[in-house]
Design a protein around this ligand. Structure first.
Ligand SMILES: C[S@@+](CC[C@H](N)C(=O)[O-])C[C@H]1O[C@@H](n2cnc3c(N)ncnc32)[C@H](O)[C@@H]1O
Length: 214
């Protein structure tokens, strides 16, 4: 992944952010060793941002679309109260198996329910108006559908954090007609025009669109 912010500033920000615990560090190392997809994971700075968001919003029920090996689910679970819950889903069997093995080793793992299968199916089974926060990090072409379903399941005042909305910075290139880039640009414009939510686009890592349901 391209760095959107200069490398020295990214490293400085990393050094001034709380460390994650040894289990999460081991999870990231195992993600690289077994899948080679370390850069798919949000990593430390974005992880600590989500952890803080969950804590500050006093969330009790979080939904995550796209578990990978469980880093983001576990770091959000750490900020939940003992009766809090993360429902996370992934359609890749290897990712799900690694995630489950780390959830089993964490004291926060019992707050996490991993559904193996399509994220939209998991979302569609959730009752309307019951969720405090949704982290959207699965297949990008489905973002518009995930967004609408997330708004349905959210409580008023609940938030959605949507990952990779700056797409390596390619969204600012008007000449770039790549299908993924075009889809993300269209999605970002849809959110900008949506008066059902308050919104802020953050330049953390690959870009996060944070929206709050009015
Ligand atoms: C970028 S990774 C998630 C990273 C994870 N949130 C983290 O930060 O550690 C995206 C994940 O979405 C999963 N995925 C892709 N399409 C999916 C779908 N339709 N339903 C469920 N999971 C899907 C992939 O298998 C992959 O593990």
């Amino acid at each position: 992944m391209e760095l959107l912010v200069e490398e020295a500033i990214t490293e400085y920000s990393d050094r001034h952010t709380s460390e994650v615990n040894p289990l999460l560090r081991e999870l990231l190392a195992e993600t690289e060793a077994r899948t080679g997809k370390l850069d798919w994971s949000i990593g430390k700075v974005q992880g600590q941002f989500l952890r803080m968001l969950v804590g500050l919003s006093q969330a009790k029920f979080i939904v995550e679309l796209g578990t990978l090996t469980g880093f983001s689910a576990l770091i959000m679970a750490e900020a939940l109260p003992p009766d809090g819950r993360v429902l996370t889903c992934d359609s890749d069997a290897v990712h799900a198996e690694i995630a489950r093995s780390f959830f089993a080793r964490s004291p926060h793992g019992k707050k996490i329910q991993l559904e193996f299968g399509d994220a939209m199916k998991s979302l569609s089974r959730i009752q309307s108006g019951t969720v405090d926060g949704v982290f959207v990090d699965a297949d990008k072409e489905q973002y518009p559908g995930y967004y609408e379903e997330s708004l349905r399941v959210l409580k008023v005042g609940g938030w959605i954090a949507i990952d990779n909305v700056l797409w390596d910075g390619e969204v600012v290139d008007p000449e770039n007609n790549d299908p993924d880039v075009t889809a993300i640009k269209r999605f970002n414009d849809k959110v900008r025009e949506d008066n059902r939510v308050d919104k802020v686009m953050l330049t953390i890592r690959d870009g996060i669109y944070l929206v709050r349901k009015r």
